[in-house]
Design a protein around this ligand. Structure first.
Ligand code: FSO
Ligand code: SF4
Length: 546
């Protein structure tokens, strides 16, 4: 195995023996083989799109398959064998449909022709070097190909959530298959790959906008909300991940059953949506970011439903309480499938909850969030006034991810040490590093404004663009906004590429720069966009406030 797609890549270079995330080599190889298979499938899909062959099933398959390979999403080898098999069937189906139209593709890449009729043959293929990241020898080309692939994975995750709410955009799907196939194309120059990387950012913006539209048109615009972090004395289900349609179905099915529902990690922002406020069994948020789940699931006592990543391989003693759905999975944990209409039956989890103890309280009080674009626009006068009067000197976008590395304490210290006339704009699970600190407010504006999930970084961009308009500036970079982003997995990659597409410069990325950026590719990003790493809190705050 060789994997360097996330921030925790071993030794800052890549996991080779086993994943720091808990991914075993066999699983890592199978994930590579699924990506490889989807790249081969994309070659056919790109041709099929030109002649208007129906690609609904293929696009849906690719979006789901990409999501399955995101860090901490799916650890179930069987799910990968099954999905690769489906990919080969879809590929052969497209090939036949193209042939029926007289189109025969020649000189095909191995990814578009390989086949296997058993798990052991798939395993052998998965283990071969042509399939993995290291198949590309030139480190700069490899770096760009992977940067594009990871961006597309993040894009697929967001497209998947939008799809679950009935929102799709064929141009996004077309870009995904174009980009996947392009990562196999040896005729593309480094410059062309750089251009494709930036185009990935453009489609990243489109996908986040699509998901924003899906979420807000279905559940209303997030609004300022106080979220309870304590517990009640009822049996309960903890729901994690990002999928709001799964949450809605769970709330509908638990209504009146005496079973409460709490959010964990990235599901916290669901409380900000008006549509979920009508459920009186939707109690609050339990715990913190994904990496604290082992202890927190233990004390939660009830069943846990994962709708997406981030899964940490569970302790044996609470494994039977973990359920997965959608693109997530873990061997030994029950996976709930959707029916053909996208409906999921969570009755087994609800019955399970009834037999278990209510959650043990680990904290009390509340946190405030809900500052997505519409809510901030509603407060625009106040915000603009505070900037004009000098009450707010600077905004710090600190979106992204949290993680288990000690070095991430930097973000807590950074938040604590920021001067009182600054405001943090956050989204994603990065917020857990400072969303429970008593940072106060500026004339009623909280000093930490949480827009929502990592995909709601889109809201932060919309807010920045609005401020640019209000202050009549020519360039988004003239705003008093600094970007100090914490990244972990591939959704953060698409968020970063999206911000670059919007013209944001001087983004600082930590706690370390991605292992998949070769020195030359990193140099391009530094020189073109002013991307930088982090050093220490004091020096960085000084640098940002200069
Ligand atoms: Fe976090 Fe995990 Fe939302 Fe990620 S829970 S790390 S970037 O899945 O997607 O922010
Ligand atoms: Fe390592 Fe991250 Fe890949 Fe897991 S996802 S194997 S931790 S680089």
């Amino acid at each position: 195995m060789f994997c360097y797609q996330c921030q925790e890549a071993a030794k800052g270079t890549g996991c080779t023996l086993a994943g720091v995330c808990g991914k075993k080599p066999e699983l890592a190889n199978l994930q590579d083989l699924l990506i490889y298979t989807m790249k081969g499938l994309s070659i056919f899909a790109n041709e099929a799109r030109k002649v208007e062959i129906d690609l609904n099933q293929v696009d849906e398959f690719i979006v789901n398959g990409l999501f399955m390979t995101i860090t901490n999403a799916n650890f179930d080898e069987n799910a990968f064998y099954q999905t690769i098999r489906e990919g080969l069937i879809l590929r052969e189906g497209l090939k036949t449909k193209l042939e029926e139209k007289g189109i025969v593709l020649e000189n095909l890449h191995d990814s578009a022709t390989w086949t296997a009729d058993s798990n052991s043959k798939m395993e052998a293929k998965a283990d071969s070097v042509v399939v993995g990241v290291l198949a590309t020898e030139n480190e700069d080309v490899r770096s760009l190909r992977e940067l594009i692939t990871y961006g597309v994975k993040g894009m697929a995750a967001y497209a998947h959530h939008a799809y679950n709410l009935g929102k799709e955009n064929n141009e996004i799907y077309a870009f995904i298959t174009k980009a996947l196939a392009a990562t196999l194309d040896d005729t593309l120059s480094a410059d062309e790959l750089v251009a494709l990387t930036l185009e990935t950012g453009k489609y990243g913006v489109d996908t986040m906008a699509l998901l924003d539209e899906a979420n807000t048109s279905t559940y209303g615009n997030p609004e300022i909300t106080e979220v309870n972090i304590g517990v009640r004395n009822n049996p309960a289900i903890l729901i994690s991940g990002h999928d709001l349609s799964d949450l809605e179905q769970l709330l509908e099915q638990t209504k009146g059953t005496g079973v409460d529902v709490y959010t964990h990690s990235e599901m916290l922002p669901a409380h900000y949506y008006p549509a979920f406020k009508k459920y009186d069994n939707f109690v609050g948020n339990y715990g913190n970011a994904w990496w604290k789940q082992k202890e927190e699931f233990e004390s939660f006592n009830g069943p846990v439903l994962f709708t997406t990543n981030c899964i940490v391989p569970p302790k044996a003693n609470h494994m039977d309480r973990i359920y997965t759905t959608g693109a997530s999975g873990f061997p030994g944990c029950k996976h709930i499938e959707a029916d053909e209409n996208g409906k999921k039956d969570f009755s087994e989890i609800i019955e399970h909850a009834k037999k278990l103890d209510s959650p043990t309280e680990i904290e009390t009080g509340s946190i405030v969030g809900g500052f997505a674009h519409a809510q901030v626009f509603a407060l625009a006068d106040k915000v603009v006034e505070a900037v004009k009067s000098g009450a707010i000197k600077k905004f710090f976008v600190m979106a992204g991810c949290d993680g288990r590395m000690k070095s991430r304490d930097y973000y807590t210290d950074f938040a604590k040490q920021l001067p009182d006339d600054t405001v943090i704009l956050t989204a994603g699970c990065a917020k857990y590093k400072y969303n429970k600190l008593p940072l106060g407010d500026i004339g009623g504006i909280p000093r930490v404004l949480d827009a929502g999930q990592c995909n709601d970084s889109y809201s932060l961009a919309v807010i920045a663009l609005k401020l640019k308009e209000v202050f009549e500036l020519n360039d988004i970079n003239e705003l008093p906004i600094a970007y100090n982003i914490a990244w972990y997995e591939q959704k953060a990659v698409i968020v970063l590429l999206a911000l670059l597409h919007l013209g944001v410069k001087n983004i600082h990325l930590g706690p370390t720069l991605p292992a998949f950026l070769s020195p030359n590719v990193a140099k391009v990003l530094v020189e073109t966009f002013g991307i930088g790493g982090i050093t220490n809190v004091e020096d960085d705050i000084k640098m940002f406030l200069q």
